[in-house]
Design a protein around this ligand. Structure first.
Ligand code: DGL
Length: 262
């Protein structure tokens, strides 16, 4: 089967978390051009109402559409869980990819649904029940249990990804799922892959689903990237902070970075 060529992918998140998706996309697709929008002026999305997140996501997409992009990746679980339908209605000619479905597919394909599945996510993603809905369309018998873990977003951005305090906070959230007998943990927020190593040390037998990596791998299997491998960053506030904190997630240089107004 022939794979369509694309030259530019637009990616957005509330702030830095989507850089985990961007990093995986760059690893899978070295030639594609990537334009990343971090809505740093309005982070966090995870504590906001669905109406507000939908409005923010529509505005973010308007900015990306000013560039010549082929597809858009909503690199934010919160926006993916509430805004995907509205974004698809707005963007008839550009395909929209969220991060929820690839994670749900990973769980079901590995048959990790015999025991309850744990989802660690923002308040808004948990409230929306998006992972349970996506998993149930493929496997109605699966039991999905969730823990809202909004504090982890702030820790991730603080660069605190390991150490005693982080372990205590992670355990506080994850133990509530362990007590419900989970064997699989979905990192349902794009900020959370930075904790993977610490979570593995604390819970070596858990299966961990990284929604950033599953999304990037799905896109790399769907398209061939034929750009020049350029990465452009757009932020809605605090450019210098984005550069400094973004390094925890992107691990690469950020040369082409601009402030944009929403
Ligand atoms: N990175 C976003 C997500 O995946 C959440 C961070 C926020 O609360 O804005 O849900």
């Amino acid at each position: 089967m022939s794979v369509p060529n694309i030259s530019t992918i637009g990616v957005f998140d509330s702030g830095m978390g989507g850089l985990t998706v961007l990093k995986s996309l760059r690893q899978y697709m070295p030639d594609v051009n990537l334009i990343y929008l971090g809505d740093t002026a309005r982070l966090p999305y995870g504590t906001k109402s669905p109406t507000t997140v939908i409005n923010y996501a529509l505005q973010a997409v308007e900015i990306l559409l000013e560039y010549k992009i082929d597809i858009i990746v909503v690199a934010c679980n919160t926006a993916s869980s509430v805004a995907i339908n509205c974004l698809e209605q707005r963007c008839k000619n550009v395909s929209i990819f969220g991060v929820i479905l690839p994670g749900a597919i990973e769980v079901v394909c590995n048959r990790w649904f015999i025991k309850p599945i744990g989802v660690l996510a923002t308040e808004a993603t948990v409230r929306q029940g998006a992972y349970a809905d996506a998993i149930h369309t493929m496997e109605p018998s699966a039991k999905v249990v969730s823990a809202p873990a909004q504090l982890l977003v702030a820790l991730a951005e603080e660069g605190w990804h390991d150490g005693e305090i982080v372990e205590k906070i992670l355990s506080k959230y994850i133990d509530s799922l362990i007590y419900q007998d989970i064997e699989t943990l979905v990192l349902g927020c794009t900020h959370f892959p930075v904790f993977t190593k610490t979570i593995r040390q604390l819970y070596p037998s858990l299966n961990i689903v990284n929604s950033a990596d599953t999304t990037a791998s799905r896109i790399a299997n769907t398209y061939r990237g034929i750009g020049s491998g350029k990465t452009t960053f757009l932020v809605t506030d605090s450019l210098e902070r984005f550069k400094r904190v973004g390094a925890y997630f992107w691990h690469n240089s950020m040369n082409d970075i601009k402030l944009v107004d929403l």
